[in-house]
Write a protein of this length. Sequence first.
Length: 402
Amino acid sequence: MVATTHHTTLIIGGGSAGVSVAARLRRAGITDLGLVEPADTHCYQPLWTLVGGGCAPLASSVRPQACVMPAGVAWVRDRAETIDTDNQVVTTAGGTRIGYEYLVVCPGIQLDWTAIPGMGEAVTTPWVSSNYTYELAPKTWEIIRSLRSGTAVFTMPAGPIKCGGAPQKIAYLACDYWRQQGVLDDIRVVLVLPTPSLFGIREFADVLAKVAARYRIEVRVSSELIEVDPDARRAVVIDRVTGATDDIAYDLMHLVPPQSAPDWIKKSPLADPTDPAGYVCVDKHTLQHTRYPNVFSLGDSSGSPNAKTGAAVRKQAPVVVANLLSVMTGQPAARQYDGYASCPLTTARNKMLLAEFDYSMRPHPTFPPRLVNAQKERRDMWYLKRYGLPLMYWNLLLKGLA
């Protein structure tokens, strides 16, 4: 028999967004709260770049999901599959139908490995990896450590992706390691970016251009990977400005797959019908759905046009909770999210710059620049990335305290 349950407030997704919102709602006194999440483990994904660069152990990026779930939240250990917005019912893969009065949608992002011909097959070969999955991040370090000469290709797809700086961060970590080993001069490094510059904000792009020049990285801007031949170890790259293609033979390649909302979200009434990637259609400031006022969305599956980072979730969660509580009492959603996000850009194995910005696409520093200029490479920022941010994540953000 199909089970039927009901929660006044239902959260879909037990990642950073779902857990932090659940914790804040519990602190606000919300008692009838359910959370749908199939995974038994919870991952701190920003650490995978450092795992792939040989700077952190993989085990430090995971904890049991049960350990991060707020007390008093009903955990539905299943995967959401459909949403009936008319009847306010979510159906899971296991057939459970969960009624709701208010819904928070944050199931994360989907890695579309089949979107580029040959990509899915390539990551199963010994020469190709990706820091975008728990299983592959350690492999990235293995192939970086073993390369002594040849061509290394690092790619980034077009469209929104989680942690937009990650595709180039691993290139810098690899180059710094090869420099330390005395083999960088024997390795051709190609960085393929779909954007017209290394970063969308000039102040950070200028710094990264100097970093790329320091490592002699061949930066291909306005370019994309369009095909991989894993047997021949060849990558086809297109220049979107000229239309010219280049066939690059590689000895190592770090791939980042195109990304989108989960397929079931794309098919749901919550998706933005004008967006092929199918993200949840929300007001970019209130994070309230544009058609269903009892629905909110944040995190990577949200259609708000901010960078998809954990730092964005940290600023979005209090906005969603405040606005949800207002809607529950018949008040309008008045709290505003300004698009804040940050990207800790590791430029060496002991240096980092912190790119912080908002919807204005201008620097939005947390620290006063006269005291801490995080727009340049700093060693203390490296320690923030390696130790400070994970501590904040596990002990503050997931508990609704940051």
